[in-house]
Design a protein around this ligand. Structure first.
Ligand code: HEC
Ligand code: HEC
Length: 463
């Protein structure tokens, strides 16, 4: 009898305790605490609005883009596709510090094993939300960007073909003409090995050193390779002809802009992101962020000064800044330097400046920095307010790095001097905040990957 009574009493207490707990958690979920009140002010001050999702679906144009994205027929020697370096399961990058282009095989680390392969001395950029109109500058140096009068600026200048629907479509038409990325080389420039030869994509009459002439030539040869002529077509070409016709029902003349527009349509669809925990918080769900993430957000928008450059819904101002990243003797330009923005504008003042990287899913796209120098997010963040440790480390065994250290520092943004020296716990909180910017693409991998491509080289369809 007594035992039964105790049991009953215990149950009563347990029940009361449970009610108390849910009351507390309810309070936490709905009552803003001190951090929430500060962050509310941040959201108002920076006019941060909940993200909206553009409705898209896999139509005929996206379908064509999907084929072109995964088909190695787009590359000179038929051994790279967009998906070779922009690997869906690796956060739409390759996980390497710098991309490995034509002449290699496989994805990720496997690509380092080929002795003939060409290295592209830049870190691969991801595709998340690249269809959004806020992306007004593309590539690390913004060589494809929206100009002041709203026109598309690109390395082709006024030779850029007319008909591109958006900036992403313009950018998607440049990997095919980069010799080390997808095009390959002519025989007289050491491309006689099949794996690095551009095959029929550059005519013998064309000067391979004349970038604009060569590029336009590649564009017309690529269209010929994909479509043949209406009277003489291989089975692959007639399949592509059907796909192009379905994607663009009112035209029968196709050029590079149709390729670029289709690739852009596919990339916009396949890598559009679901709202992240941060977006749910902005919408009003106060329990969407942990206490540490709220702390990190306060630093990001406050004393860390991150938002001065990493601003807006994509966390980039789409402008160019220098943060004195060591060069590692591997730059894209003369003397193994990477002049970044200066190569696109021709202005010395733009040297060593790079586009502020957008930060959605940045936790998934390491290593970081334009040359993949940062192996952890801690390193990347610390380098903003104290570049000395990594600059010093980079000088070991590289005398040239010491010679340019002063130059790198003189092009370093003065905004960085305003960053409050961050304690390790502050940096950890900011990283926790960056984790709240993580989310998966809306489209499942099943829908994003094709079953086969018209060339039949289906082994290049990698997730
Ligand atoms: C060999 C590896 C490689 C291949 C193949 C490749 N890319 Fe890239 N991609 C890169 C690298 C490296 C960057 C950064 C280059 C830079 O900014 O200078 C990049 C950047 C981009 C960007 C800019 C993104 C941004 O945030 O600004 C777009 C768009 C893009 N690639 C599209 C494509 C498309 C479309 C294809 C296929 C037609 C393709 N890439 C094939 C390596 C590759
Ligand atoms: C002066 C503008 C500026 C400020 C302020 C700034 N950043 Fe950056 N950030 C950049 C630029 C530019 C790069 C790329 C530099 C490069 O690779 O050469 C970068 C790179 C990064 C990267 C690596 C991203 C990637 O995809 O490789 C992270 C992470 C980052 N910043 C976070 C932060 C955080 C956190 C703060 C605040 C403590 C901050 N940044 C403040 C401009 C800035």
């Amino acid at each position: 009898m007594l035992i039964a009574w105790i049991d009953f009493d215990m149950m009563k207490w347990k029940l009361l305790f449970f009610i108390f707990l849910s009351w507390i958690s309810h309070l936490q979920a709905s009552e803003p605490d001190h951090k929430d009140l500060i962050l509310r002010k941040v959201l108002t001050a920076y006019r941060i609005e909940p993200v909206t999702i553009t409705p898209t679906y896999m139509g005929a144009k996206e379908k064509l883009g999907q084929m072109l994205f995964f088909d190695p027929i787009m590359g000179g020697p038929n051994n790279t596709t967009c998906a070779t370096c922009h690997v869906r399961s690796k956060g739409s990058v390759d996980g390497l510090p710098m991309a490995v282009g034509i002449g290699s095989s496989g994805v990720g680390e496997q690509r380092l094993e080929s002795p003939d392969a060409f290295v592209i001395p830049r870190n691969v950029l991801p595709f998340f939300n690249r269809g959004e109109s806020s992306f007004t500058a593309l590539f690390w140096d913004g060589r494809v960007q929206i100009g002041e009068n709203g026109s598309f600026e690109s390395p082709l200048g006024n030779k850029l073909p007319k008909g591109f629907e958006n900036l992403l479509a313009v950018a998607a038409s440049f990997p095919q003409v980069e010799p080390d990325e997808m095009l390959g080389r002519s025989v007289r420039r050491g491309g006689e090995k099949q794996a690095t030869y551009h095959a029929d994509l550059v005519d013998k009459t064309v000067d391979p050193d004349n970038f604009k002439e060569r590029t336009l030539n590649v564009y017309s040869n690529l269209v010929k390779r994909l479509l043949g002529t209406p009277s003489a077509s291989t089975p692959m070409q007639s399949e592509y002809r059907k796909l192009f016709q379905a994607a663009y029902p009112v035209t029968s003349e196709f050029d590079i802009t149709h390729i670029g527009n289709a690739l852009a349509a596919y990339i916009s669809l396949a890598f559009q992101l679901k709202p992240a925990a941060w977006d749910n918080y902005v919408k009003g769900d106060l329990s969407a962020l942990s206490q540490q993430q709220k702390e990190g957000a306060m630093i990001f928008f406050g004393k860390g000064r991150c938002v001065v450059c990493h601003s807006g819904n994509e966390f980039s101002d789409f402008k160019y800044h220098g943060i004195a990243v060591p060069q590692l003797d591997v730059g894209k330009h003369g003397g193994y330097l990477d002049y970044g923005r200066a190569k696109a504008t021709g202005l010395a003042i733009d040297r060593f400046q790079f586009r502020t990287p957008p930060l959605r899913n940045v936790t998934r796209t390491g290593p970081w920095g334009h040359n993949g120098l940062f192996t952890t997010l801690e390193e990347a963040i610390n380098h903003h307010f104290n570049p000395i440790p990594l600059m010093f480390a980079a000088q070991k065994g590289r005398p040239r790095e010491a010679e340019i250290a002063g130059r790198l520092l003189s092009y370093r943004s003065p905004i960085l001097a305003e960053i409050y020296p961050m304690a390790p716990s502050d940096v950890r909180a900011v990283i926790a905040f960056l984790e709240a910017l993580q989310s998966d693409p809306i489209l499942s991998s099943d829908e994003a990957l094709p079953k086969s491509v018209p060339s039949g080289m289906n082994q290049f369809i990698v997730e």
